[in-house]
Design a protein around this ligand. Sequence first.
Ligand SMILES: [Zn+2]
Length: 281
Amino acid sequence: MQLHNSGAEIYAADGAAADAALARTTHLGVSAHQDDLEIMAYHGILECFGKPDKGFTGVTVTNGAGSPRDGLYGRYSDEEMQVVRRKEQKKAAFVGEYSAHVFLDYSSGAVKDPNHSHVVEDLKRIFAQTKPQAIYTHNLADKHDTHVAVALRVIQALRELPADSRPQHLYGCEVWRNLDWLNDEDKVVFDVDGHENLATSLVGLFDSQVAGGKRYDLAVMGRRRANATFLASHGVDRSTSLIYAIDLTPVMDPKIDVKEYALGYIDRFAKEISSRLSKLL
Ligand SMILES: [Zn+2]
């Protein structure tokens, strides 16, 4: 498969050829940075882990040049950081038994530029070749510009594909903002109970981020645990680990306005608070 950037790479931890590795894909995650998928798309990773008939493929859109760094990594240049972060993502692909991992190697600036068509073209090629049943990407209410830009490029790419080449499900997942605020009926709830060791390992492998100054390993497990306990105020915990997502499947249809669709969740949230206050005041 031809990708635009010379630094792009299709990696298969088990040594499979690129086309064969991509052909095994049933679940696909598309994120801005190295380590986002292990935080947000863990449901897809777990769905495929150890299952011979399923395969998770990851796509990292940026090169990871602008990441924060401290300690051992404090003196690393942007170029050295890119090498470290790609290596860490490959470790995760091995541990999580991904079918393949695709590095697109774009700068954040290129991803955020709506007139830069290469990201969308690369994504279209990946989607057409892998034909996944589910795609996990960032949600539209995330507070990181590059994350939201990746979600918008994913939506654009899917809109430009024929309807029968689109996945059955497109999910917008949690990284830089929890989705606990969604009304319960608007939440997609993924139960990721079990294999806590795998969940912890996958986030912990990104040493340049975790030891480099951000305890994502503890924060992510804490968020999932909190989601499980705070989902239902009147029932006992049914799971120890939940991930929330927004269903983005309808916005694959070019007739749906993306911004209106995202704001609809906030309107319904506002109505829920308003009606409770009206009832109790
Ligand atoms: Zn990120």
